[in-house]
Structure formats: structure tokens, C-alpha cells
Write a protein that binds this ligand. Structure first.
Ligand code: IVH
Length: 683
């Protein structure tokens, strides 16, 4: 069985590498999942053969990362930067002078993310540490293990017994956009650019959240006392064989001409990449020359980074709109004289909020510099005040909603102004309907924003519940819609009644309840009724629910309009309960569990999954309502003494397993009821 498990691990690692590193999968996602499930089942059956670096351990755990620090065996330096091609000529001259040789260089893209150093021992991922202050950094191994392009175990052989590989962790544009969409849905501030988002994500305490964010990596540097080659390029190519994601855009350059060709090519082509680059790194290839050149206290003398100028355009503000979002948040948006910037024509740029307008001191008709932040979203970065028209007025933030005239409010601690007329302000209503029908919410096809607007203006819908009363003939007469589209829309509306509860909860558009939070809350409480009757304390027991989210839920359910809305949706037949067929058994029905300490073969997340899939309730802290405390190694003293005081039963993992197996003895671990889907449904 050990061999079979090893075989599956190798096979999964191979397909993982084909998919995440080479971008050339050989099997479908479905086939991959089947293999993964097979491995999970075997590991559950034979926990003694489970390896710490098995692909099944990528899922992340909710154990808090306390970010201990670790010293770098090889210091993590930075690079000398330049924006001038003349400096590259000087760099080359200096190297020729000092070494007496015309060296070979390696040109690479400078990835714009956050640096990481990962140690491998005997082919297994040992530890991942952030740059920190260059001499020591935070241990973020749990988070890094969730990144699919970083191998947990190496392939192909020939790697040193111990080495550290360094690279950049980044968020691809697609993941960045999705993350920001989710944050906006949840009423949370968007990340300014993918770099901030990647750095922030790597420092999250909960690695299952990290896993959801889809970070990626490129490795560009490797350190060991016994590397296979005496030059950088060949070692990187070897690392590629071992399973690391190494950029395909690395080039050996023998002359300055080739270096400039590389730089000029990527200065233009970088916009076509699916991730951010902010320059090119030029490195001496041979280690013997590197040693000769040495280091300064900050950076190696054998490398230099040429930074691309952020492409800027100067254009005029034609007017400023104040847009009202679904949550009532007001966003000032500048309409610009169209200008070409980094491959697209820019006509509008967000000014974010009143503070940003004040910071940039924006006046009407100003000439402004526009940049693409993170190469995606145009952003106004400055004003050319010498071109300011005499007497042009400062852009004052509006005091009343531009759509419904209500006096705006500003909430303490939030940068944005809000229109508080939630029930009647038209763009808020339309925004909520558009959110409700969204792909990740009720997934109602065929109704675009314009159609929703039209239906609203014609008095056919005043909230999302009205969608369910729409008739074919009301739709087919609308512009651009015929019989067939009307049919499809009605069918899609009908189909949405089958959408699972967690997405219904998200579709309601409650402030701060994004897709992931909705899922956590739905799966934790199991039904709308339980969420509605939960106290503040009970709400914050659910995963990832803090004060802000609990307050928002309570405020939402206090409002009669919302209660009425929910009861109409219930009557229509939308799902307001988690479907019971998701459960494997009801053996733990009505029982609540707290899990503390660590366990040999299960992460706490896995155990939590086992509790829930067997109908039990998982609680994060011991309270009078806790029935059992499952105690592992190093169970917290506070939890133990609280459990003793409250009379909570304290049980071992074996006793817990016996409860779900109804067995008198649990030595025969074959019988443990752990669905192979437990883990995949959880994460
Ligand atoms: S080599 C001794 N190569 O740039 C430094 N760095 O300012 C070795 N970076 O912290 C770094 N892409 O995070 C190197 N292809 C690349 C890079 C790269 C991005 C980052 C890295 C480092 C920073 C240096």
C-alpha cells in the first residue's frame, strides 16, 4: 500500500507540475480530482503512510500562523535599480574592468510581487520565509504550501540535499480582479494593486483563505553549498526540471545590444502578460565572476535592475461624476479627454473618495497625469498645476445624493460617503438586482444591466423578488429581446430556485458578506432561520465572522423591509437551508464540538469537516453550549480548564472517531467515516 500511495503522490505531483508550471495539462481536472480523492481515501485508511508533503496537504488549515521569525542562511539582498540605459552601459564597463572579461549575462523579467525564500531538504519543502529585514523574515510555510506552482516534493533527482530557492510570489491579474470584485461585493476596500494584494495575502493568518486567493510564483535564484552547475542559468533550468516554475522569458545575452533588445521588447510586450512586471533584471551568469565582483551591504555587484517607467499620460478632466453603488457608497469618477495609455484608450479614472481628491488637490478642468496602477486600472496620480486654468474651482465633494437628493453620510473609520436612502435610491435598487442575478450569486442569464434598468424604469421590478413574477410577454416586447431570449430568461429565473443556500445568502447583498463569508456562514449555521435568530456572540463563532460582519447581519435582519423581502423569497421557493444530502451521516446531529491542540493524522480543518459532514456543529471556543472538546496534543490550558468548569465532555480523537463509527473500539481505522469529499467540499 505504501508503494501505491507513493505512486499516486508522484503521479499527482507530475500532473500538478504539468498544469501549474508548464501550463500543459495532460489530464482533465476531473481525472485529477479522482486521483486526489483516491489518494485521500488511501491516506485516511493508512495514515501511517501519509507523507507531510503529500498533495492532499495543500488545502490550508485554520490554525493560526503566529509568524515566528527565521534567520536567512544566505542574506536576502535587494538590487541596485536604474531607469537609465546609460547606467547599464556603466554597469557592463565596470564588470569588464574589474574582471578583465566580457561576461555572459542572464536577462530576466522583474516580477512585481513579494519575495520569498524556500528551503528544501531531501527533496521536500521544509520552510518558507519572507524577506523580512533581509537577515531574518517571517515563517509563512503554511501559506506558501497552498501555492500550486510551488512543489511540496521535488521530481527528477539531482538536487542538493539542502538548498534555498528564492522567487517572487505574485497574484495573476485574473485572481487580482476576482479578489477585488469579491472585496467590493463584501463592501471591503479593494487592494490598490496585485503586489499589495500578494504581500497582504502571504501574511494572512488563515491559510485556507490564502488557498482561495490563487497566488502564483516564479523562482529566480537558488542557493546551496553544492549546486549542480557553476552558473545561474543552468541551475535555474535544473530547478525547472525539479518542478519549480521558472519563467520562459529568461535569456542569455552576450552583448549590450542583446540586453537592450530584451529590455525594449519587454517594455512593450509586458502589457500582454497575465501578471505585473516592473522591469528587467540583468545578472552575471557565471558564479566565479560573481564571487570576484562581490556584494555591497545592500545588493550584489553582479546584478542590476532596469525599471520600466510607469507609462503615464497627460490629459484633461472634462467632468466629474459621482456614482452611487449598490451599497450606497459614492465614488467620484473623472471623465477624461480620451488618451492612449499602455495599449488602451483611457476615458475615465476613479478618484476613489473625498480624501483622494483633497490629497491630489484636484480642480475642475485640470490637466492630470494618468497611470495604470498594477497595469490594469487607470489612476490619476498627479496634477500639472502649471497648466491650471485661472479661477478653476476645487472639486468639492457633493453633500447630497446625485440620484435621489438624500443628504450623504460619512461613517466613522470609512473613507467613503454613503447615500443612506437604501430602500428608495434607484441605483442602489438596480445595483442590488444586478448583484442578485450575478453569475456567482443566483446566476440568472440573459438579463444584462440595461434590461434590469429598463424593467425597473417601467415599474416591472422594484426588488430582486419581483423577478420571479415576470411574464414572458413582459420581456419579449423589450428592445433587443425576442421570444427566444424571453423564454431563456424565464427558464433561467426558474432554475435559480435550485441555487444552494450559500449563494442565495450572498445574493441578498448584505454589507460585508462576500462570496466566501456567505459560504462560511451558510455552512456553519445551515439555515436562514438559525442565522436570523443567532446572537452577536453566536455569529462571531462562525469562521471568518468578526464584529463588523456580525453587526452588519444584525442590522440587516432588524430592518422590516429586509424581513419582508426574505419571506417573499422563501414563499417563491428559494433555498434557505443547506441541503441535507451534503451530510454523510446524522450521527452528530444536535451535538457541538470544539477542537483543540494538534493531531497525528488530521489537521483541525479536516476534523472540523468530519464534525460537520456527520451533522455536528463546530464551535471555535468552549462555551456553555459546547457538548464536547476534542483534545489533541498541546491542548490549550484555557480551553481545558473552561471545559472542566462548564462540565463539557473532554474526549480524545479515538473517542470521537468511535462516536461516528458507532464502534466499541477504534483501532481498526479502516472503518472511520471520512468521506473522500470531506476535504474538497470544505476548501
Ligand atoms: S534576483 C540579490 N530576479 O526584486 C537579489 N529579483 O530589488 C536577487 N525580483 O527582492 C534578486 N524579479 O523580490 C531577482 N527575476 C528576478 C526578480 C527579482 C523580481 C525582486 C525580488 C527582490 C527585488 C530586488
Amino acid at each position: 500500500m505504501k508503494n501505491k500511495i507513493e505512486e499516486l503522490i508522484n503521479l499527482l505531483n507530475y500532473h500538478n507540475y504539468r498544469y501549474y508550471v508548464l501550463n500543459a495539462p495532460e489530464i482533465s481536472d476531473y481525472e485529477y480530482d479522482l486521483l486526489l480523492k483516491e489518494l485521500e481515501e488511501l491516506e485516511n485508511k493508512y495514515p501511517e503512510f501519509k507523507s507531510a508533503n503529500s498533495p492532499t496537504t495543500r488545502v490550508g488549515s485554520d490554525i493560526s500562523n503566529s509568524f515566528e521569525q527565521y534567520p536567512h542562511r544566505y542574506p536576502m539582498l535587494s538590487l541596485a535599480n536604474t531607469y537609465s540605459q546609460d547606467d547599464i552601459i556603466d554597469f557592463d564597463n565596470r564588470i569588464i574592468k574589474e574582471t578583465g572579461e566580457e561576461p555572459e549575462y542572464v536577462c530576466e523579467l522583474k516580477f512585481d510581487g513579494t519575495a520569498i525564500s524556500i528551503a528544501y531538504e531531501n527533496g521536500g519543502l521544509l520552510r518558507a520565509v519572507t524577506r523580512g529585514d533581509g537577515t531574518r523574515g517571517d515563517i509563512v510555510t503554511n501559506n506558501v504550501r497552498t501555492i500550486r506552482s510551488i512543489p511540496l516534493g521535488l521530481q527528477d533527482g539531482g538536487y542538493p540535499e539542502y538548498f534555498e530557492i528564492r522567487g517572487e510570489i505574485y497574484l495573476p491579474h485574473s485572481s487580482f480582479e476576482k479578489l477585488n470584485e469579491e472585496r467590493e461585493d463584501a463592501g471591503e476596500p479593494a487592494f490598490a494593486n496585485p503586489r499589495n494584494a500578494a504581500a497582504g495575502t502571504l501574511k494572512l493568518q488563515n491559510s485556507s483563505v490564502v488557498a482561495q486567493r490563487k497566488l502564483d510564483s516564479f523562482m529566480y535564484d537558488i542557493y546551496s553549498d553544492n549546486l549542480p552547475y557553476d552558473n545561474h542559468y543552468d541551475n535555474l533550468m535544473a530547478a525547472k526540471k525539479w518542478g519549480f516554475k521558472i519563467s520562459d522569458h529568461i535569456k542569455k545575452c552576450g552583448s549590450l545590444e542583446e540586453i537592450f533588445e530584451y529590455i525594449n521588447y519587454w517594455d512593450k510586450e509586458r502589457y500582454k502578460l497575465s501578471y505585473d512586471t516592473d522591469g528587467v533584471v540583468i545578472k552575471v551568469n557565471r558564479y566565479s565572476l560573481r564571487r570576484q565582483l562581490g556584494l555591497t551591504s545592500k545588493s550584489p555587484r553582479w546584478a542590476v535592475a532596469y525599471k520600466f517607467k510607469a507609462e503615464q499620460a497627460l490629459t484633461k478632466i472634462d467632468s466629474i461624476d459621482f456614482q452611487v453603488g449598490r451599497t450606497g457608497a459614492i465614488t467620484p469618477v473623472a471623465n477624461l479627454e480620451p488618451v492612449h495609455l499602455a495599449g488602451t484608450t483611457v476615458k475615465r479614472a476613479s478618484l476613489h473618495n473625498a480624501d483622494q481628491i483633497a490629497l491630489l488637490d484636484i480642480h475642475y478642468n485640470d490637466m492630470v497625469y494618468v497611470e495604470k496602477s498594477g497595469e490594469i486600472i487607470p489612476k490619476i496620480v498627479g496634477v500639472n498645476t502649471s497648466m491650471r486654468e485661472a479661477g478653476s474651482a476645487y472639486v468639492k465633494f457633493i453633500t447630497h445624493c446625485p440620484e435621489c437628493g438624500t443628504v450623504l453620510v460619512k461613517i466613522d473609520g470609512e473613507a467613503r460617503h454613503y447615500c443612506p436612502n437604501v430602500a428608495h435610491c434607484p441605483p442602489q435598487i438596480v445595483g442590488r438586482i444586478i448583484h442578485f442575478i450575478g453569475r456567482r450569486a443566483m446566476n440568472i442569464d440573459g438579463l444584462g444591466e440595461e434590461t434590469v434598468q429598463l424593467l425597473f424604469e417601467n415599474g416591472l421590478i422594484a426588488d430582486p423578488a419581483d423577478l420571479y413574477a415576470l411574464k414572458h410577454e413582459q420581456l419579449s416586447v423589450l428592445p433587443r429581446l425576442g421570444d427566444k431570449s424571453a423564454d431563456n430568461i424565464i427558464k433561467s429565473i426558474e432554475r435559480s430556485k435550485e441555487v444552494p443556500f450559500q449563494r442565495v445568502l450572498f445574493a441578498l447583498g448584505i454589507k460585508f458578506i462576500g462570496e466566501t463569508t456567505a459560504k462560511n456562514i451558510a455552512l456553519y449555521f445551515k439555515s436562514m432561520d438559525k442565522i436570523m435568530s443567532a446572537s452577536h456572540e453566536e455569529l462571531i463563532e462562525a469562521e471568518e465572522v468578526g464584529e463588523k460582519i456580525a453587526d452588519s447581519l444584525i442590522a440587516f435582519f432588524k430592518d422590516d423591509n429586509n424581513l419582508n423581502f426574505i419571506s417573499r423569497l422563501k414563499k417563491i421557493g428559494l433555498r434557505f437551508e443547506v441541503e441535507e444530502e451534503n451530510l454523510l451521516s446524522d450521527k452528530l446531529q444536535g451535538l457541538s464540538f470544539v477542537i483543540s491542540g494538534s493531531f497525528d493524522n488530521y489537521s483541525r480543518d479536516e476534523l472540523k469537516g468530519i464534525v460537520e459532514i456527520n451533522g455536528g456543529k463546530y464551535l471555535s471556543a468552549v462555551s456553555a453550549k459546547t457538548d464536547y472538546l476534542i483534545a489533541g496534543y498541546k491542548t490549550g490550558e484555557t480551553k481545558l480548564s473552561k471545559a472542566k468548569k462548564l462540565g463539557t465532555k473532554i474526549i480524545s480523537l479515538e473517542e470521537f472517531m468511535r462516536m461516528i463509527n458507532n464502534q466499541s473500539n477504534c483501532d481498526d481505522s479502516d472503518e472511520i467515516i471520512v468521506s473522500s469529499t470531506t476535504q474538497s467540499t470544505l476548501f
